[in-house]
Design a protein around this ligand. Structure first.
Ligand SMILES: [Zn+2]
Length: 232
């Protein structure tokens, strides 16, 4: 068995750092609306790197904190959502895609959005570097995900006018295009490269409780706008 494909590679020593999700929401929730948001926590504690050079920022943990804040808001607003996994360990990209496709089947794929919450990095995580700012990715080509990414980008600009953003205008919009494995699921999918985990200023911002709260609110507001669009 491939260790990347199992969620059972649990290491008890990291348990005190775990972010507990509400289990009922993790996989295959009740179908109580015609739109579902599928949230994808970044990496796992067992993936090397993926942290700031001083290790204060750990991407897997930060991503799960943000997703927990978002899911709390979705709960209070009655927005249907699921996580493609609720493991602190990496379950493997193939399983993330498989779970997402399974969850969204009932929604006929076009009434779902997949949001992967990451932090960016310009190096290998061993030294502080200069690249910074917010960016968002979709798969190559024009799909509804480009519209959704544009809404999230605009909402970020509106919420954080003081923060830097990065754009790729080569295909006529602001998102970057990359065929990351998770972006090739059957659902309109975006991957957010929030800020840079190897940029000192960005790390300070991402670790602040105020930013986390406002960031979760920002994503929630964007999702409300996306749901109100209907099927593009
Ligand atoms: Zn990442």
């Amino acid at each position: 068995m491939n260790a990347q494909d199992t969620a059972s590679v649990y290491n008890g020593s990291t348990a005190k750092n775990t972010i507990k999700f509400k289990e009922i929401r993790s996989i295959c929730p009740e179908k109580n609306s015609d739109f579902i948001v599928i949230l994808d926590p970044a990496h796992g504690y067992d993936v090397p790197g993926k942290r700031s050079p001083d290790a204060r920022f750990q991407e897997w943990k930060w991503s799960r904190e943000i997703i927990r804040l978002i899911s709390d808001r979705f709960d209070s607003l009655g927005i249907s959502y699921a996580l493609d996994n609720d493991s602190d360990a990496e379950i493997g990209l193939k399983n993330r895609v498989r779970n997402t496709n399974k969850i969204s089947q009932d929604y006929h794929y076009n009434r779902a959005i997949f949001i992967s919450v990451h932090a960016n990095a310009s190096g290998m995580g061993t030294e502080w570097l200069n690249a910074g700012g917010f960016s968002i990715y979709t798969s190559r080509g024009h799909t509804p995900a480009d519209v959704y990414a544009g809404i999230i980008y605009d909402e970020f600009k509106k919420t954080f006018p003081e923060l830097k953003t990065r754009e790729d205008y080569s295909d006529g919009d602001t998102d970057f295009e990359a065929n990351f494995r998770v972006l090739l699921c059957r659902v309109a999918a975006v991957l957010i490269g929030t800020m840079f985990q190897d940029n000192r200023e960005d790390v300070e911002i991402m670790l602040s409780e105020e930013f986390k709260t406002r960031y979760a609110e920002m994503i929630t507001n964007a999702v409300i706008a996306i749901i109100s669009l209907g099927v593009p």
